[in-house]
Design a protein around this ligand. Structure first.
Ligand SMILES: Cc1cc2nc3c(=O)[nH]c(=O)nc-3n(C[C@H](O)[C@H](O)[C@H](O)COP(=O)(O)OP(=O)(O)OC[C@H]3O[C@@H](n4cnc5c(N)ncnc54)[C@H](O)[C@@H]3O)c2cc1C
Length: 223
């Protein structure tokens, strides 16, 4: 459901209101009614998570995609509000054209534009699963019960070219924590795996980088 798409003055204001939630529910619940019998009656208690974010709007109501006038090699890509996600491939093309036009770089012929996606345990058939587990038994250990994400996928995500190093990064790559319980069961396990694989103390594992630590210390050390 959503979003409310309300104009706010503060670029950091991600507050939500019960009135906003109520408006969304009454606006979108009728769509679910139409999906019967595949969906039950719309029920607020079945909503598993609420999210809020600010769109980076500009007063021109358009994207800003332009080379920096001050820094060579910098292209500004700002004010990317909706549909910024859908526009991402076209924005990338525009940025490429600007880079070529402004700075004439030599083409990197070694560049490999295709990134092979890791196998998702939940999406493959039983025969493939058995084969994967035979090759790497960590795939047979389900860490996230809701989304059927295995330890093998989490370990792979932690060691890929661009490693996923936080709880949220692992969630986005593997879906661990995205299901009904929202990480209630698997988050401590994912945290342990990150700590083990990255060889860092558990207290240093973050939710989403920076200082978003999950643990603040050991209970026995609390004074
Ligand atoms: C509620 C909502 C619904 C939307 N629905 C759609 C839709 O249906 N279709 C669609 O196409 N688009 C949609 N969008 C828009 C889309 O999500 C954005 O256009 C897109 O995410 C913008 O991408 P971006 O990379 O420019 O910015 P972002 O995705 O915001 O990425 C910016 C990144 O920079 C990081 N960052 C910020 N400040 C710093 C700092 N100082 N140092 C280091 N990192 C920093 C942030 O953490 C973030 O990861 C929606 C947006 C919202 C909020």
């Amino acid at each position: 459901f959503g979003p409310t798409a309300e104009e706010v003055c503060d670029s950091e204001d991600v507050s939500t209101t019960s009135a906003g939630l109520e408006t969304l529910f009454s606006k979108f619940a009728p769509f679910l009614e139409r999906l019967k019998p595949h969906y039950e009656k719309p029920d607020k208690s079945k909503i598993i998570a609420h999210f809020a974010g600010c769109r980076a709007a500009t007063y021109k109501e358009d994207f800003i995609i332009e080379p920096s006038k001050k820094v060579k090699g910098l292209v500004h890509v700002a004010g990317i509000q909706s549909p910024g996600l859908a526009s991402a491939p076209a924005i990338a093309e525009r940025v490429k054209d600007i880079v070529i036009q402004e700075w004439h770089p030599a083409e990197n012929t070694d560049f490999e534009p295709v990134r092979k996606r890791s196998k998702r345990f939940s999406e493959i058939d039983p025969r493939e699963r058995a084969e994967l587990i035979r090759m790497n038994p960590l795939y047979g250990h389900i860490v996230c019960r809701c989304e059927h994400a295995s330890e093998g996928e989490i370990v792979d995500a932690l060691h890929r070219g661009i490693p996923a190093k936080s709880i949220d990064a692992i969630k986005r790559r593997t879906r661990a924590g995205m299901g009904r319980c929202q990480g209630g069961f698997c988050m401590p396990r994912v945290l342990e795996i990150i700590s083990r694989e990255a060889n860092i103390e558990k207290e240093l594992v973050t939710k989403s980088g920076g200082e978003s630590f999950i643990l603040s210390g050991r209970l026995k050390q609390v004074k």
